[in-house]
Design a protein around this ligand. Structure first.
Ligand code: PLP
Length: 401
């Protein structure tokens, strides 16, 4: 007898296969680092968001053990019930300090993941009723899903504006009579590596009494003198900003935080279902993140950032290919646009055969016909590693004829 569920699954999988869109897990059997053991081979990796190389740092591993020893492994409950420990409070105070020059009367909330933080804050804002949301066309999936939830739960109106197009955004804002406007953007775009026009967006938000929500997943830890992210980098001070930073990328641990004027953080715990109904993050993780922020502010952090930016400059000078286009980017994310899904997969495979790991990124993560290699650098890479990558790509390019 045929099973309708399995038939539907079979059909859906065939469809993905035909489009070159089947995804497969790869097993990494070593810690993350510039070299990884993956599917049984040792590969030079340009794939992680661990931009400062902190995910396997000895001081942070020690902090994790120390945190577990001091506070236990689990928080036991959601923050409002009894899960908000001293470890959480110390971390939130420290995180607030990182944004205190940029947002008045700032407070923060430590949340399990960045995906969840976007859901949490966007839905909490939308719960005030009848809001208009303006979202960049290339925003991260977690922003898109946060907005979808805001639409479903609170009838938020949504306008998607063309990528970084300030004039198009301005035109939409002028026509909208809704008093509650929320502009949302990645600060550094996750698949392109470019910056949003943050200074102009801040001005525009202030002009229209809008809130500007900045997702700094790829900025916090890296940009700014102290690594405090995009607001420090662009020297911004505004009461209109809601800031989201993640702690699993450059910070090397896991989790995320929202920073905004205190009233918004108080509202978050009144109305945000992902915060109210989820067990708060492990206090051992909170303690480890606290140590990681201290490291990021230290001499070692400065040196790591300086080296990372030297690597990016080195790549920008040398990555000239005839067949492929490198998107302009001054961040650690460098996208090599290939085009078709199958071609991107083939090139990733050829690199893999040369013991280099760069992931191919396909739709729906990126727009149709822009399948790409997403190359990411981190502070543990050397200039010689970049030479190896460029030589390998050049060899593959010349073999393509
Ligand atoms: C990775 C990422 C997130 C999600 O953060 P996690 O902590 O990994 O859940 C959110 N926004 C952007 C732009 C990201 O790149």
């Amino acid at each position: 007898m045929s099973n309708p569920w399995l038939e539907a699954l079979d059909q859906a999988n065939h469809h993905l296969q035909n489009q070159g869109l089947i995804r497969q897990l790869k097993l990494r059997s070593s810690p993350n680092g510039p070299f990884v053991d993956m599917n049984g081979s040792r590969l030079l990796s340009f794939s992680s968001n661990d931009y400062l190389g902190l995910s396997n740092h000895s001081a942070l591993k020690q902090a994790m053990a120390e945190g577990a020893d001091m506070y236990g492994t689990g928080s036991g409950a959601s923050a409002l019930i009894s899960g908000h420990s001293t470890a959480h409070q110390l971390l939130e105070d420290k995180l607030a300090q990182t944004q205190s020059q940029h947002i008045p009367n700032v407070a923060t909330c430590f949340i399990n993941t960045g995906f969840m933080a976007n859901m949490a804050m966007i839905t909490a804002l939308a719960s005030l009723g009848n809001i208009s949301i303006y979202s960049d066309a290339l925003n991260h999936a977690s922003i898109i899903d946060g907005i979808r939830m805001a639409k479903a739960q609170a009838q938020a109106q949504v306008f998607v504006y063309p990528h970084s197009d300030i004039e198009a955004l301005q035109a939409l804002l002028i026509l909208d009579s809704c008093p509650y406007k929320l502009i949302i953007t990645d600060s550094v775009f996750s698949m392109d590596g470019d910056f949003a026009p943050i200074q102009q967006l801040v001005k525009m938000a202030e002009q229209h009494q809008a809130l500007l929500y900045l997702d700094d997943a790829h900025g916090f830890g890296i940009f700014g003198k102290n690594g405090y992210g995009c607001l420090e980098y662009f020297d911004i001070y505004s009461p209109n900003i809601i800031y989201m930073g993640t702690l699993g990328k450059a910070v090397g641990v896991s989790g995320a935080f929202i920073a905004a004027q205190k009233c918004w953080l108080e509202w978050l715990i009144q109305k945000s279902r992902p915060v109210i109904y989820s067990t708060s993050p492990s206090p051992a993780i909170a303690h480890t993140v606290l140590k990681s922020i201290a490291l990021i502010q230290s001499e070692e952090g400065f040196k790591k950032r300086a080296h990372l930016f030297d690597l990016i400059a080195y790549w920008n000078q040398r990555s000239n290919f005839t067949r492929w286009h490198v998107l302009p980017s001054s961040s650690a994310i460098q996208a090599l646009i290939i085009g078709t899904n199958n071609a991107a997969m083939e090139i990733a495979k050829s690199l893999n055969n040369l013991n280099i790991w760069v992931p191919a990124i396909r739709p729906p993560t990126v727009p149709e016909h822009t399948a790409r290699l997403r190359i990411t650098f981190n502070a543990d890479h050397s200039f010689a590693h970049i030479d190896l990558l460029i030589e390998a790509l050049s060899k593959i390019e010349s073999n393509l004829g």
